[in-house]
Design a protein around this ligand. Sequence first.
Ligand SMILES: [Fe+2]
Length: 190
Amino acid sequence: MTYTAQDYGNLIGMEGFSETLLSNHFTLYQGYVSNTNKLHELLSNKEKDATNPEYAELKRRFGFEFNGMRLHEYYFENLGGKTPLDKQGSIAKKLAEAYGSYEAWEQDFKATGAMRGIGWTILYQDNVGGWLFNQWINEHEVGHLAGCKPILVMDVFEHAFMTDYGLKRADYIAAFFKNINWSEVKSRLK
Ligand SMILES: [Fe+2]
């Protein structure tokens, strides 16, 4: 089993994101792909010995690297949109059902992303009940909702915005919203 890094070069030129920022971000993402492969190989070859701290730490680390890889794929794939959200359409309707109005959902998603700390903001859909939740993920692996599908994923690690926005995280979040690929979001939503 080997994962291959996807090419998101089509995002270069996106409004509000410099080429330097995006290129560096792609390189970081490629690091997660190669580390996921490396960890998988190391664990496959290691003696399955729970008393060996090396085995245990590699095992713990896998969630960090794998989620770092996969969340960047969700993130880059839900960017590059050129068409604003149809406020009368099915996505806006579902968000409004969950949060009272589309605007209330957007405010909550942005507030989640503006929280102190490094991680991700994810709009999840519960596979069981269909409910929608804006969730904070610490780093890459802490806070995921079991059995829920990521619908919209926003990176709020500092590397995602500092090159272009310094400490102005809210300005980055506004730029993120201008570039959401709503047709990708729609394809994820049930
Ligand atoms: Fe990132």
